[in-house]
Design a protein around this ligand. Structure first.
Ligand code: 7TS
Length: 420
């Protein structure tokens, strides 16, 4: 992959990313669906994978496969060192201070459950409050509700305005002596809103309250620096950032991870086991019970390498261009309303069409080769906030183009014809 400086391709603005060359790195983008070229706008659900990631997975299973952290033989040492190399790449990717702050998990969902069950059950009790926002994915609501039931704590919710922006003043009002934890999304999957996380962290820390950020939708779009944001935990999934499914990362501040009990028991998370007493392993292994997704971790490292080869100013400019282009084109469609119009937005357009259910929109788009998501996007409270049962969501990645947006718009006109 190379990033061209002087691209003059018809669907690109000069100076932007060389998308044509990038697309060649993603073999699946070349396939057809229902006889039509695929237009993949479901990146919020999962992204496609570059050849480098696919190759890393194939190489692992053809040449390197072995269990890690236990063997004395060549392959076990090889697999261990590849897996631990991947951890180093992920440390650099989010700029964590220390390697032991990078815990491999199954994904964002497991990362949040880990913190809720480990930190939450140890440090929260009856009457304590946990703050989330009205635009959370269910993965950042339900684990906290489960914790609330277990320890008698209470969930408080920061409301959002009609554009889908977090109401910071309401957050200030909600913060009080009983607040013991704040857990917020960095970028909303249903609305695209980018939350001002540095400000949120500053406010919470002023009251001594730790903050977890759900970065599932942020890491594919923005460079993330956990030291700069100053959050205490940061959770993300490999599969949304061009890596494999079934692997993700919990970044945690070492001082906090140190004080937290293990989340699960089993192999690898111990240093000594007797029937009388078990001693736990050091960080991060204390939180990594059982054989992990070794190939996934290595594949995720390959995804990080791939992303490091991109010019992120160009990526940001290209994604901004896609969002603006799509927003303008789509708002011209009769009876279409965009849900989520925040000032700071990532490449996500959720919309409703008068008198047509999102599933019908999604089904007709699919016939045209356009993959979008239709439904509540695992964010039912967002749907309730905007008074809609579901939306159709087009979510972009850096490999998408203006020409694909034109296909989407053409397909939406077909929807109108069918239902018009
Ligand atoms: N948090 C956010 C903000 C998400 O968007 C998602 C997945 C998750 C957490 C859960 O991630 P997982 O990898 O653990 O499943 N969001 C979506 C979506 O928008 N469409 O499909 C999955």
């Amino acid at each position: 992959m190379k990033a061209a400086q002087d691209t003059q391709k018809p669907d690109l603005c000069p100076g932007l990313l060389d998308v044509e060359s990038i697309r060649k790195d993603f073999p699946l983008l070349a396939r057809k669906v229902h006889g039509k070229p695929l237009v993949y706008f479901d990146n919020g659900a999962t992204s496609q994978k570059p050849q480098a990631v696919i190759d890393a997975l194939k190489r692992y299973y053809t040449e390197e496969n072995s269990n890690i952290h236990r063997g004395v033989h060549y392959l076990s040492e090889l697999a261990t060192s590849l897996y631990e190399e991947a951890r180093k790449k992920l440390r650099r990717f989010v700029n964590a201070r220390r390697l032991e702050e990078i815990v491999f998990v199954r994904g964002t969902t497991e990362a949040i459950n880990l913190v809720a069950q480990s930190y939450g059950r140890k440090f929260l009790g009856a009457g304590d409050e946990i703050i989330v926002s009205a635009m959370e994915h269910h993965s950042n609501i339900v684990p906290w509700q489960m914790l609330c039931e277990q320890v008698g704590a209470r969930l408080r919710v920061i409301p959002i305005n009609h554009d889908g922006e977090l109401l910071l003043d309401e957050f200030r009002r909600l913060l009080n002596q009983r607040t013991k934890f704040v857990s917020l999304t960095h970028v909303s999957n249903a609305l695209g809103t980018v939350v001002p996380v540095k400000e949120v962290v500053k406010l919470a820390h002023a009251g001594g309250v730790p903050v977890l950020l759900d970065g599932a939708q942020a890491v594919p779009h923005l460079p993330v620096d956990v030291q700069e944001i100053d959050c205490d935990f940061y959770a993300f999934s490999g599969h949304k950032m061009f890596g494999p499914t079934g692997v993700g990362v919990l970044y945690g501040r070492a001082e906090l991870l140190d004080k937290m009990p293990p989340y699960q028991g089993g192999g690898d998370m111990i240093s000594l086991v007797t029937f009388e007493k078990t001693h736990y392993n050091v960080l991060p292994y204390k939180f990594e019970a059982g054989t992990p997704h070794i190939a996934g971790g290595i594949g995720l490292g390959a995804a990080v390498d791939y992303l490091a080869g991109l010019d992120w100013d160009q990526v940001a400019a290209h994604e901004r261009d896609l969002l603006e282009y799509a927003t303008q084109a789509i708002t011209k469609i009769d009876g279409l309303r965009i849900i989520g119009t925040a000032q700071e937005k990532a490449g996500v357009i959720s919309f409703v069409l008068d008198h047509v259910h999102a599933h019908d929109v999604g089904t007709i788009l699919d016939q045209e080769g356009v993959a979008v998501r239709a439904g509540h996007h695992c964010a039912m409270p967002v749907m309730q906030r905007f008074g809609v049962p579901a939306t159709t969501r087009a979510s972009f990645a850096f490999y998408n183009t203006r020409a694909e947006i034109d296909v989407l718009v053409g397909a939406l006109h077909r929807v109108l014809k069918v239902f018009g």
